[in-house]
Write a protein that binds this ligand. Sequence first.
Ligand SMILES: [Cu+2]
Length: 279
Amino acid sequence: MKMSKGQIGRRLLGLAVAGVALAAGGAAFAELGQPRPWEYTLQESATPVMDNIVWFHNFLLWLITIITLFVLALLIIVVVKFNAKANPVPSKTTHNTLIEVAWTLIPVLILVGIAVPSFRLLFQQLDIPKADLTVKVTGKQWYWSYAYPDNGKFEFDSLLAQDKKPRLLGVDNEMVVPVNKVIRIQTTGADVIHAFAVPAFGIKIDSIPGRLNETWFKATKVGMFYGQCSELCGKDHAFMPIAVRVVSDQEFAAWVETAKKKFATNPANSFASVGAAAQ
Ligand SMILES: [Cu+2]
């Protein structure tokens, strides 16, 4: 069967529409808080800090793209217009005040334009707002421990669960936090340096033995969010995932009650025993 040009056009358009719909559907099904196959962008943001990291990333990407294209255009002009064949008698010009001032000032202004949002973001990350809840995170070879000093001082270990999805990210005991609350993370290392990182929250901070590092996040979406140890810490570095479950206030309160009982007899509960002994 022979198709007219119009028919072919409509077929192609139909295919394109189907392709776009499929891609959009794929994006909609992609799960929040974890990497997805063939991902080349940042993970979808779930905190105000990550919103700004994403914005800053895109801002710089546009800026560098425009600058690169501009320099490329200048190079092409030079190659085409000023090669020996096209321009046998070169000009002897050596100075041009206007252009020299411009190519000094414009880059300075661009750098200032980058510095302002960059410093704003840095301060937002480092200036921890009044926290609703503190979670103490200890990196260990090769798992994480989470302590809740504000909620009954229980502590528990969180280990990779081989049978759980997503592969190499699922854990036995997830860290649980309430949504839309400022969570202060205090982190340290029990043996070597680890790093606590959750991409969707825009946090990554070293967990260093003998030292307490602080960061914060305010998750604005409920769900599961995954991260990984981000400082090479030994043979099982790749197998100590971070899994954070963000829930409603009521669910959090209910979880605290069960967690208190569940982890009361945790022999590794040194934090709670030290806290109890001090009282
Ligand atoms: Cu590690």
